[in-house]
Design a protein around this ligand. Structure first.
Ligand code: SF4
Length: 358
């Protein structure tokens, strides 16, 4: 029997009212940022939530932590329905659910030393004081690859990667079970991204953390995620384990996202290019929200919104999922290796050929 999930989200919605009038007293519509999202997250698991900017993935992360009030749906954390919990009831749970923000500079108070920043949640939750507090701060810094002496410095004295390490140290300071990583590496250089992802993986193995990893970079997600949920205009369109999704994406939007991942290998490949803009979440298209951009759209797609259903070992929200042609294994190392080998052979042949100019 499957153990109960750490986090369970059912039919989560968040609609932001659009107000007009002199004192914004008139509600003229709603931005449907999150529109009936359901998923679960097991202990020690990483679920990546991916999609274009504005698709509602960060809002979903904040709703899961109850940093935003949901319009509807249900949030169950560690077996408790926390959807209606007020600040008092949420307070003891806060230390079990943390967040790492996208911008490591904006998320750290510029007038506090790193030691003070890391001590704050420990003091707030009554987890340490006095000498034990100072020792815990030093320990946290060392766990994320910094030095204990860095506690006396201010955030501006660190590089972007080091600041994100401080953000991670703050997130793990209260021994959480769940961390929402909201685009934690997208503001960092590529070389630093790998270091932070490796750090998150090491900490997950050590503390059995669960990550809701929000990202738009599918190459990063491939390294850290166990399962991937693809989001489009406030709804999930495909949820699958990593291997299934990368080897054979079934939703046309997932196919387009995956084929847009840049590859170092310049070998020609099939690409699924989307046309048109993302529709406004204030006026989403009827039926399948993806139909104005979908190359496989049929009449039914314009009328009826597809629900998530099981197709070929994953959940997909598409009426025509069984008919969508398969795409090649888009991020397969095997394909890359084959192409690399072919190119190497050509280069070697050219190098041996004395008539070939450099
Ligand atoms: Fe395309 Fe129709 Fe599937 Fe939507 S339901 S993704 S429009 S084929």
């Amino acid at each position: 029997m499957r153990p109960p999930p750490l986090l369970e989200i059912e039919g989560l919605t968040k609609h932001f009212p659009i107000r007009k009038g002199l004192i914004f007293s008139r509600t003229v519509g709603n931005v449907r940022a999150v529109d009936g999202v359901s998923f679960h997250l097991a202990a020690g698991e990483t679920l990546a939530l991916v999609g274009e900017s504005g698709c509602g993935k960060s809002t979903t992360g904040r709703l899961a932590l109850r940093l935003l009030e949901p319009t509807g749906g249900r949030i169950v954390f560690e077996g408790q329905d926390i959807t209606q919990f007020g600040p008092q009831l949420m307070r003891p749970l806060r230390r079990r659910m943390q967040i790492v923000f996208q911008d490591p500079f904006a998320s750290l108070h510029p007038r506090l030393t790193v030691g003070e920043i890391l001590a704050e949640p420990l003091v707030l939750h009554g987890l340490a004081s006095g000498k034990a507090l100072a020792a815990r701060v030093r320990d946290l810094l060392e766990r994320v690859g910094l030095r204990g002496t860095h506690a006396a410095r201010y955030p501006h004295e660190f590089s972007g990667g080091q600041r994100q390490r401080i953000g991670v140290a703050r997130a793990i300071s209260t021994n959480p079970a769940l961390i929402v990583c909201d685009e934690p590496v997208s503001a960092l250089d590529v070389s630093i991204q790998a270091q932070v992802v490796n750090l998150l993986q090491d900490l997950q193995a050590e503390f059995r953390l669960s990550y809701l990893f929000i990202a738009h970079d599918l190459a990063v997600v491939k390294h850290i995620a166990d399962r991937i949920a693809v989001m489009y205009l406030g709804r999930l369109v495909e949820v699958a384990d990593k291997t299934t999704l990368y080897q054979n994406p079934r939703h046309p939007y997932t196919q387009a996202l995956l084929s847009a991942v840049p590859r170092p290998d310049p070998v020609k490949r099939q690409r699924a290019v989307l046309t048109g803009d993302v529709p406004s979440p204030a006026a989403p298209p009827p039926g399948c929200a993806f139909h104005p951009r979908c190359p496989f759209a049929a009449e039914r797609c314009k009328l009826e919104a597809p629900a998530l259903r099981q197709v070929a070992g994953r959940e997909v929200a598409c009426h025509r999922a069984e008919e969508i042609p398969e795409m090649p294994n888009l991020l397969s190392a095997r394909i890359d290796d084959g192409a690399r080998r072919r190119r190497l052979k050509i280069l070697t042949r050219a190098a041996k050929d004395p008539t070939c100019a450099a």
